[in-house]
Design a binder for this molecule. Structure first.
Ligand SMILES: *Cc1c(COP(=O)(O)O)cnc(C)c1O
Length: 393
């Protein structure tokens, strides 16, 4: 009651009864899933290259227009296995503005992630910044299709070819997205997907590596299964990267529903886009709507013209049960162990530092109807207007 202004603003803001999360799972047909699960239990074939896994890999490869799809237990292990199978060592160039698993997958194998800056407009790796970070120890580049928008594939390929580097794309955000007419999944030497529950397409936990390279595919299948070739013969120091049958069943039903999920995300994105149109300082990151997009990330950039800072907006939204997120703040280079190993990395990452301080990711997905997206957008606009009025008074 002391804080009159704050109390007044609470009363007029439309708090949501249920918390609205970013990344609530998209789930296909429950009955089909239960039927597949029942048949799987009858077969007593729960994992190890089962029939559901084989069908999922076949269908994913066809959907993505790529020769090989090797499903894995999660996206992080999939990244580690792709990195290992491609023989990366020394230093590998990655963006800092990504989920920390991109860097950790290298670090776990004794490889140094070298952070390159992003383009402030696209939030994807800046090819010129990648060139600046190449040293004699560099063996590869991992581009990330951040927010499901394609990384600069042609420019990165050019750099990789010039310097004899391997090129991987972390496509954890980009399932179902395309780059021009080509689906994400067949760029670079290999592409890596995450099928985690929060991702556009999920298998509870899961992931996959896709590639058109036969030898690489075979190597990754070996590594995924401890290096076993036949019953008693181990020919490689592998790990356990296998996807279970129940996860593959989830993948099959979700793949059936992929067009509906994409359409739901598109409707939500359009609702946000209409609401934020022309509001100063609140910029929705655009998608290339002429290509295939999954619209999974609704990314709002809070510009310097906005009357309220990004962090204040996030706090105010959480008070109203809108659990918006500050992805990927503060950047990998400011997280352990990288902040101690490379305390001055930020000097080479000016765009990363600016963008990481500006971004809010808003709720969407099949669990959120478009009118709720409009309400969330209006709430954000009201929050900033309240402050503007408050400051003027
Ligand atoms: C989610 C994610 C990963 C890790 O995938 P998991 O399946 O959660 O292990 C890697 N990179 C990016 C960019 C991600 O968003």
């Amino acid at each position: 009651m002391e804080d009159g202004g704050r109390h007044a603003s609470r009363e007029i803001l439309p708090a949501f009864a249920e918390p609205l999360h970013v990344g609530r799972p998209n789930i296909g047909n429950t009955e089909t899933f239960l039927r597949l699960a029942g048949a799987m239990l009858e077969r007593r074939w729960l994992t190890n290259n089962g029939p559901l896994l084989q069908e999922l890999e076949r269908r994913l490869a066809a959907f993505l227009g790529v020769k090989h799809c090797i499903a894995m237990c999660n996206g992080t292990i999939a990244l580690e296995i792709a990195i290992r199978a491609l023989g990366l060592s020394g230093e590998v160039i990655v963006p800092s503005y990504t989920f920390v698993a991109t860097a950790h997958a290298l670090f776990w194998q004794g490889i140094t992630p070298v952070f390159a800056d992003i383009d402030a407009d696209t939030h994807n790796l800046d090819p010129a910044a990648v060139r600046r970070m190449i040293t004699p120890r560099t063996t590869g580049i991992i581009g990330v299709h951040l927010w499901g928008r394609a990384a600069p594939t042609a420019e990165l390929r050019q750099i990789a070819e010039e310097h004899g580097l391997k090129l991987i794309f972390d496509a954890a955000h980009a399932f179902g997205a395309s780059h021009g007419n080509q689906m994400i999944g067949s760029f670079g030497d290999a592409e890596v997907f995450s099928f985690h529950a929060t991702k556009f397409f999920n298998t509870f936990e899961g992931g996959a590596v896709t590639t058109n390279n036969d030898d690489l595919a075979e190597a990754m299948r070996l590594i995924r299964n401890f290096g076993f070739s036949g019953f008693d013969n181990v020919i490689h120091p592998g790990t356990n990267g296998k996807m279970t049958e129940i996860c593959a069943a989830m993948g099959l039903v979700n793949l059936d529903a992929i067009e509906e999920m994409m359409a739901a995300n598109r409707r939500n994105y359009m609702a946000y886009k209409a609401a934020f149109a022309g509001v100063p300082g609140l910029t929705l990151l655009p998608y290339d709507e002429a290509t295939h997009c999954n619209f999974q990330y609704v990314v709002l950039e809070i510009g310097p013209e906005a009357s309220l800072g990004r962090d204040e907006i996030v706090v105010a939204l959480h008070e109203q049960n809108v659990l918006a997120r500050k992805y990927f703040w503060p950047g990998c280079h400011r997280l352990a162990p990288y902040r101690d190993l490379f305390p001055h990395a930020g000097l080479m990452l000016p765009n990363t530092e600016v963008i990481a301080d500006r971004v809010i990711v808003l709720p969407t997905g099949t669990a959120v109807p478009p009118d709720v997206c409009t309400q969330i957008a209006n709430l954000i606009i009201v929050i900033s207007k309240n402050r503007r009025n408050g400051e003027a008074a």
